[in-house]
Design a protein around this ligand. Structure first.
Ligand code: ATP
Ligand code: MG
Length: 573
């Protein structure tokens, strides 16, 4: 991305706060004028008080100076507060936009992108932009106005000497440009490593049990050191360059001032200029040094900001490929049937996971999917809610291609208990009533009862208000699964997908949950994926998958009689 484009896009986000920015800028202009006024005042101060020995000026000038500082202070307050405020609002907006965008991105995006990296985008990169917007951009404007004002003073006091100093300006700019380029590169690298660091932390903190069980502490520690050492070497290179750039600038500045004293001092001695003029000139010049120096330093956060903004825009530019078509219709209740028509799908191009799937699920049926691990059962189930886009073929629901209906209305027809139980660090009530803010307590309790979760929930000290820990870690695996089942039951959708929904339960509870599920399945269309074949004997039809293909289909007894894959799987168990 070009800097111009990045800047333009960041400015677009700043636009809503334009009037505040205008106020801040006006304040900066006032501050710049007053600063120049301070430099100018050196002339009357010296000439009138010390050389002309004017007593009245001795009273007036210090008072004027106090007034000048007071007014300047007010305006400094005004622009720094306003800019900081705008910066914080921009942070909030960027975070919001990124999060909104994350919610729109398809499952495949999250399969590929490490969690820590996404967290780093929202937390670190956004703050870096804020630093660039509110400190650098302000600094740049403020310095720009100050430079103009002070230049005015030096040209007014002695234009020949001013022209002479101009020779040094280009000299001061060379290192600014040179270090700026290097800085942006380093900052990109450093942020990339920060993201890796975040990711490593995320994985190894959530995976503590595995690390401990496999005695992998040393391994993880050395991996962590590798990551932070790489980060260290980048930050050190960065520090080195910053440390060089400052004294270099100062040296150039000192060189200029030395020459001015040598040249200007002679003019005063020869009587061509008053000492007041000379010192006012010198004061303005020294004051000029500050903004010029900070222009050179502000380039750093600015470059950092560019790098961070680029990373953010790269994520924002990923078009969500699974979205409603412009004329998508509402799917209003599932009534007749779901049809998989010659569906093929691959996660990676050229590596098909599902091949030419043809399948019909009629309303009210219970269909079971069986097959070896990795045969594509979960993948097949994930296509129905359009978590992934199919490569070819069609999935038709009540006569509508699922691509032609709105995603929300499609997903509303489905309740899913996924293979990996996903619970949030919230109360049991909120986990069961997830996505349902107006669910009644009685319904939540009923769902918990049907999922055989009520008993253990009531035994917990806080009952339904118990907070269950990150990913439900304070519950047993079987309890987590029952909460997930209760959640699906509460959704009360016409199509139920159960992917190994009872796999973590003991035989006793499984039988109980099974009975509850059977009641529920009565008026519903159910797709059950199960490894334990004993749990699906009652299915209307059993679909047997192998290597991404449907190889057998029929009722339990028929399939046993066929003496094919199903019979083999059944006999092993
Ligand atoms: N997100 C993914 N990205 C890439 N490949 C995947 C992804 N998920 C699954 N696969 C691959 O697709 C194939 C089918 O996986 P799937 O999860 O559908 O199997 P499954 O039949 O549900 O197995 P199991 O019984 O173990 O749950 C596997 O070879 C797996 O490696
Ligand atoms: Mg699976």
């Amino acid at each position: 991305m070009k800097e111009k484009e990045i800047a333009h896009r960041v400015l677009q986000r700043v636009r809503p706060y334009l009037n505040r920015l205008v106020w801040a800028m006006l304040s900066m202009v006032v501050v710049a004028i007053l600063s120049s006024g301070q430099a100018y005042m050196v002339k009357p101060l010296l000439d009138e008080i010390f050389f002309n020995r004017d007593h009245s000026m001795l009273n007036i000038l210090p008072l004027l100076l106090i007034l000048l500082f007071l007014v300047k202070g007010l305006f400094v307050y005004s622009y720094s507060y306003l800019m900081e405020r705008v910066g914080q609002y921009v942070v909030r907006d960027f975070r919001g936009k990124l999060y909104e965008h994350f919610q729109k991105l398809p499952v495949s995006f999250f399969d590929k992108t490490p969690t820590g990296e996404l967290i780093s985008r929202i937390i670190n990169d956004v703050s870096i932009i804020q630093a660039a917007v509110s400190s650098s951009v302000v600094a740049m404007l403020k310095d720009f106005f100050q430079i103009i004002g002070l230049m005015g003073v030096i040209f007014y006091q002695n234009w020949k000497l001013a022209l002479f100093t101009m020779i040094f300006l280009p000299l001061a700019i060379i290192p600014i440009v040179y270090f700026g380029k290097k800085y942006r590169k380093l900052s990109t690298q450093s942020q990339e490593h920060n993201a890796k660091l975040a990711n490593h932390l995320h994985e190894t903190i959530t995976g503590q049990r595995v690390i401990k069980a496999f005695c992998a502490e040393e391994y993880e520690i050395s991996r962590f050191y590798k990551t932070i050492d790489r980060l260290l070497s980048i930050t050190i290179r960065d520090a080195q360059q910053r440390s060089i750039s400052r004294p270099l600038m100062e040296f150039i500045g000192g060189l200029g001032i030395a020459l001015i004293i040598w040249y200007g001092g002679r003019e005063v001695l020869e009587g061509k200029a008053t000492p007041g003029t000379f010192f006012s000139f010198l004061t303005a010049l020294i004051m000029l040094y500050e903004p010029i120096k900070s222009v050179s330093n502000l380039n750093n956060p600015l470059q950092k900001g560019f790098a961070a903004a680029e990373r953010i825009f790269t994520v924002l530019d990923i078009a969500p490929d699974i979205k409603d078509t412009p004329n998508a219709v509402q799917l209003s209740g599932f009534k007749k049937e779901i049809e998989f028509n010659d569906v093929s799908f691959s996660y990676e191009i050229g590596d098909p996971v599902l091949k030419n799937i043809n399948l019909r699920l009629r309303a009210g049926e219970m269909i079971a999917l069986v097959g070896a691990s990795g045969s594509g059962k979960t993948t097949l189930a994930n296509l129905l809610p359009r978590f992934y886009e199919i490569d070819s073929g069609k999935i038709i629901i009540d006569g509508h291609d699922i691509k032609s209906v709105t995603i929300k209305s499609l997903r509303r027809q489905l309740a899913i208990v996924s293979q990996q139980t996903i619970l949030f660090n919230d109360t049991i009530r909120n986990n069961i009533a997830y996505g349902c803010s107006d669910c009644l307590d009685t319904d939540i309790v009923a769902a918990a009862r049907a999922a055989y979760a009520l008993e253990f929930v009531q035994q917990l000290p806080d009952g339904f208000d118990t907070v269950i820990g990150e990913s439900g870690s304070r519950l047993s695996g079987g309890q987590q699964q029952r909460i997930a089942i209760a959640r699906a039951l509460l959704k009360n959708a016409p199509i139920l997908i159960l992917d190994e929904a009872t796999s973590s339960l003991d035989v006793e509870s499984e039988r109980e949950v099974q009975r509850a599920l059977e009641n529920l399945m009565k008026n519903r269309t159910t797709l059950v994926i199960a490894h334990r074949l004993s749990t699906i004997k009652k299915a209307d039809r059993i679909i047997v998958m192998q290597h991404g293909k449907i190889v057998e289909e029929g009722a339990h007894d028929d399939l046993l009689r066929q003496k094919g894959v199903y019979e083999m799987l059944y006999n092993i168990q």
